[in-house]
Design a protein around this ligand. Structure first.
Ligand code: GCU
Length: 422
């Protein structure tokens, strides 16, 4: 090679290295830019939700007490025979999907029992509940404490828990205000809960790995088939099947509790399983207690994009199209009548629209009134930290952020004490 050729090769190598380095750096920078853009868009999207009361706009709720053949429903028998089944079906077909009640076998196994829990104040039980259909089984694990100082069956709080077993520590070394078992036991109630992942993991990739693929695979083929929220309620019903066999529990006084996504599941569960005496939704927000037609906080578009596995495949068609929904969430609360409903919110949890949750309760009243249940909720939402109880309906808007806290539990217990006359 002569000197000129040598020089050319050297220059070529330098240029090649420069271009390759730049490309690598460019790719690196591009990736960073794309990530920043995505984060930016997400932030914009969350700010794009409306939090301005003056921009909520006008909306018209579907009629609660006018049946599909346009007749006015004016008695609780017409409600039970005509309108209630219609509304239940509309929620099944358009929002949550149906919930199958059939299976071949169910069995209960108490795998741990300790009557000296909480320094002797309570009895702990851990129960495996196994359900079989077509030779396939699913086992869910129930945690429960009952108070020792009461010699008759006790009312029982049941938490549909999406925050995991860490919040229900049976050793009580790690007490979590989300499941404040000591407070509940000291008030003379039992407390129980199960982790929703035993039933349907809370994840759009693997939510089917539970009851859906094992027991009810056909539901996955259906546009109004069960999905995660319905499945969690299905699990809660299996827990009540167990309660009915346990003499320490008063199965006529079961109180369902869920926070946020768990609150949505609690409402859909309470609407269907009439063995639930009180249904509590804590900050359940959009597709829970909040009116969908109020343009405030989370929307059907956002929730169905982020959490498609919670709902039946028919629901996303109402994204940005809430007016076409044949139901709104006050109708879900009405389905629970004449049993009790409690709606809790937090003042800083605007994403869940506290006012929209209160208004749904307000709008559900006519159904309760059909049963002669005298409720007179004011149209204006009560002040922060002021609980309101009108017979079978209760509400509070706690100060602070999105969470379920011992304060919320105190309000639930107050409501239950009055409702059960304790
Ligand atoms: C998200 C979701 C809400 C849900 C909440 C929760 O914020 O958008 O709809 O209620 O998670 O479950 O904590």
């Amino acid at each position: 090679m002569n000197n000129n050729t040598n020089l050319c090769v050297k220059v070529g190598v330098v240029i090649h290295n420069f271009v390759t380095d730049s490309l690598i750096k460019y790719e690196f920078v591009m990736k960073r830019i794309i990530i920043v853009l995505i984060i930016f868009l997400k932030v914009i999207l969350s700010f794009a939700q409306n939090y301005d009361e003056s921009k909520v706009g006008n909306y018209r709720l579907p009629h609660l007490l006018v049946s599909e053949n346009k007749n006015r429903v004016s008695s609780f028998t017409d409600w039970e025979n005509i309108r209630r089944p219609e509304i239940l079906k509309l929620f099944e077909d358009n929002v949550y999907g149906m919930v199958p009640t059939y299976f071949d076998d169910i069995s209960f196994k108490v795998i741990n029992e300790d009557n000296k829990a909480m320094d002797g104040k309570a009895t702990l039980k851990e129960v495996d509940i196994t359900v079989t259909r077509n030779q396939k089984t699913v086992t869910m694990h129930l945690f429960m404490f009952t108070p020792n100082n009461i010699n008759k069956p006790v009312p029982m709080f049941l938490v549909i828990n999406h925050r995991g077993t860490k919040t229900m520590d049976i050793t009580r070394q790690n007490i979590d205000g989300f499941w404040p078992a000591e407070d509940v036991i000291n008030s003379g109630y039992g407390i129980s809960g199960f982790d929703v992942k035993d039933i349907s993991p809370d994840n759009k990739e693997n939510f089917i790995n539970g009851v859906l693929d094992q027991l009810y695979p056909e539901q996955l083929e259906m546009n109004n088939g069960m999905r995660a929220l319905g499945a969690w309620g299905w699990g809660a019903s299996r827990v009540i099947d167990y309660f009915e066999t346990d003499s320490s529990i008063d199965e006529t006084k079961i109180i369902s509790v869920g926070h946020s996504r768990g609150g949505k599941a609690s409402l859909w569960f309470g609407a269907q399983d009439k063995r639930v005496a009180i249904t509590i939704s804590n900050e359940s927000g959009n597709s829970g207690a909040a009116l969908s037609r109020r343009n405030f906080g989370e929307t059907v578009e956002v929730i169905t994009k982020n959490f498609p596995h919670w709902f039946c495949p028919n629901y996303p068609q109402y994204a940005n199209n809430e007016d076409k929904l044949p139901v709104d969430q006050h109708m879900l609360l009405a389905l629970i009548a004449p049993r009790a409903v409690y709606v809790a919110s937090a003042a800083e949890d605007l994403w869940a629209d506290p006012k929209g949750q209160y208004l749904a309760l307000y709008e559900a009243q006519p159904t309760f009134n059909l049963y002669g249940i005298d409720t007179n909720l004011p149209v204006k939402m009560p002040e922060i930290n002021k609980q309101i109880i009108e017979s079978h309906l209760g509400f509070h808007n706690r100060e602070g952020k999105h969470n379920m806290t011992p304060y919320d539990w105190q309000q639930f217990i107050k409501f239950a004490n009055i409702y059960f006359n304790r």
